[in-house]
Ligand binder design. Structure first.
Ligand code: MN
Length: 195
């Protein structure tokens, strides 16, 4: 089985400031995301070992932990990639082209879409994510691994675990969400939409 790898961020640790601080981005990527990758790889070793030696595992626990950690790894990769430095052309504040048309058709306006996505993110219970899928549904993910319908392609995701914002915004998740719109990489979201 091939191991999971923690890739470098597609930008510098300071590049999402002032919306996400260097400290938060560094901890989030180098500690939290790294921990999911490491835990997933430990599980892969366990599974490989059990297969090789024909031994039993606690299958329920392994499946649950694998889904949690691999889910976390995949979501964080998508999250890093759907953000860009505030000064980048990609973070131009709104989508263009086919995606812009589709959002307008579904939601009436881009502003309305933003409100629905923000409200969805705000109302995630505890730790989780807000996600926009290719057929323009907005969903929540609890922790890393439930609620998203299978086969739904993720266009845009936002991590609202406390580790994503607490040091910068304390308990003000709404402010984090509001500021986060400044660093969405719409080029990347459009690319996911048309591919
Ligand atoms: Mn996270």
């Amino acid at each position: 089985m091939e191991k999971y790898k923690l890739l470098d961020l597609p930008y510098g640790y300071k590049d999402l400031e002032p919306y996400i601080s260097e400290e938060v981005l560094t901890l989030h990527h180098d500690k939290h995301h790294a921990a999911y990758v490491n835990a997933a790889n430990v599980l892969l070793d366990k599974i490989a070992d059990a297969r090789k030696n024909n031994t039993e595992l606690d299958y329920k626990a392994v499946a649950k932990a694998l889904s949690f950690n691999v889910g976390g790894h995949i979501l964080h990769e998508k999250f890093w990639e759907n953000m860009a430095s505030h000064s980048a052309e990609a973070s131009r504040g709104k989508p263009a082209g086919k995606l812009a048309e589709a959002i307008e058709k579904e939601f009436g306006s881009f502003e309305r879409f933003k409100t629905v996505f923000s409200e969805t993110a705000k109302s995630v219970e505890g730790s989780g994510w807000a996600v926009l899928t290719k057929d323009l549904l907005i969903m929540q993910i609890e922790k890393h691994n439930v609620n998203l319908l299978p086969e739904q392609k993720i266009l845009l995701c936002l991590d609202v675990w406390e580790h994503a914002y607490y040091l910068d915004y304390k308990n003000d998740r709404a402010k984090f969400i509001e500021n986060w719109w400044n660093i969405v990489d719409w080029n990347e979201v459009e690319k996911r939409y048309i591919s």
